[in-house]
Design a protein around this ligand. Structure first.
Ligand code: AMP
Ligand code: MG
Length: 335
């Protein structure tokens, strides 16, 4: 069944029942080598399943329940299908009251990935889940829109220095306050290299991608606004994503409102709904402003960057040679 959490909607099954977990993979069309997160309502539910790393204790006290997932060495009681055969299992205690009530009622850890079809943006409303999963799953618990809007932070404490494999609502800055030093996996803000091994298997896959091609436009605020105006031609299937502060200046360019440039939490909460809307509207070319990567901005730029296949252009280049830029960009995006 699908259920709300503070991050995105999850698609859950008894984590200790391999056959039930297998149904999650088939309903989503998820590759079997992409492991799931085990959700709990209570520390006691981890008994006999994992070893909680010492360094995790302070983090659990501070950030659970909440959008922080920790990798933990697991015992053989956790089925291989949950972890894709890895020696660690990802564990999280969500803070959404409906998720906690459900997990308590289940009385077992619940393995749950996001409740979207594989490759689609994660669902942040019950309606998104219905559109992806109608006829494929028996039940959706509707808890309204998710407050965080991007998936949990995945932190690896098991292999050397603490490393963020996936940024989320618990930020690097918040983790650094507790742990001192926290690395960010290289592939968070760039594509995975050809021979590079993904520390988080999910990073291998195309993700969060709308049907149209997104290009990030970077540079000084005024330049970006001018470049976006140039790029959003009269083509009705071209649109832009911009901050609330720039909606008025770009009102003729079919703008979608990313929220305030000073509150990345706002952008996180609405990003996936916007990506889904672009498909509904049949947009084929989308130009977007980029966020500062501080705080939740890192999680937003990871999702938006991947949605854009990390394509970006400098506003100053567009302004110096708009025709050439927009054409070369057009060629590269169709490659
Ligand atoms: P999702 O279920 O869609 O939120 O994705 C879960 C994410 O956690 C994926 O990107 C996985 O690759 C990552 N993950 C889950 N378990 C592990 C693990 N044991 N080691 C590394 N990454 C993991
Ligand atoms: Mg997912």
């Amino acid at each position: 069944m699908a259920f709300p959490t503070e991050t995105v909607y999850g698609l859950g099954a008894n984590a200790l029942d391999a056959a039930a977990v297998a149904e999650i993979f088939s309903a989503k069309g998820r590759p079997a080598d992409n492991p799931l997160i085990m959700h709990i309502a209570d520390r006691a539910q981890l008994e006999g399943l994992v070893t909680v790393p010492d360094r995790a204790e302070m983090l659990l006290a501070r950030f659970w329940p909440g959008p922080l997932t920790l990798l933990m060495p697991r015992t053989e009681k956790v089925p291989d299908i949950v972890t894709a055969g890895l020696e660690t299992v990802a564990v999280r205690m969500p803070s959404h009251p409906v998720a906690l009530a459900l997990l308590r009622a289940c009385g077992v850890p619940v393995a749950a990935p996001s409740a979207n079809r594989s490759g689609k943006p994660s669902p942040t409303t019950a309606e998104h889940v219905l559109r992806d999963m109608d006829g494929r799953i028996p039940l959706i618990l509707d808890g309204g829109a998710c407050s965080v809007g991007v998936e949990s932070t995945v932190l690896d404490l098991c292999h050397g220095k603490p490393c963020i494999l996936r940024p989320g609502g618990v930020t690097r800055e918040m983790l650094t306050e507790v742990l001192g030093e926290v690395e960010v996996a290289g592939s968070v803000l760039r594509p995975l290299g050809k021979n590079e091994v993904a520390r988080s298997p999910g990073m291998r896959y195309r993700h969060y991608a709308p049907e149209g091609s997104i290009t990030l436009v970077t540079g000084a605020e005024g330049d970006v606004i001018r470049a976006l105006r140039l790029l959003a031609s009269d083509d009705r299937s071209t649109c832009i994503l911009c901050f609330s502060e720039h909606m008025e200046a770009l009102r003729d360019c079919r703008p979608h409102d990313l929220g305030s440039m000073h509150r990345p939490e706002e952008t996180a909460a609405r990003l996936f709904a916007i990506l889904r809307r672009l498909d509904d509207e049949g947009m084929t070319r989308i130009y977007s402003e980029a966020l500062d990567t501080g705080g939740v901005g890192l999680a937003v730029m990871n999702r938006l960057g991947r949605a854009a296949a990390f394509r970006s252009i400098a506003a100053s280049d567009v302004l110096s040679d708009p025709i050439c830029e927009s054409q070369s960009d057009r060629r590269s995006s169709h490659a």
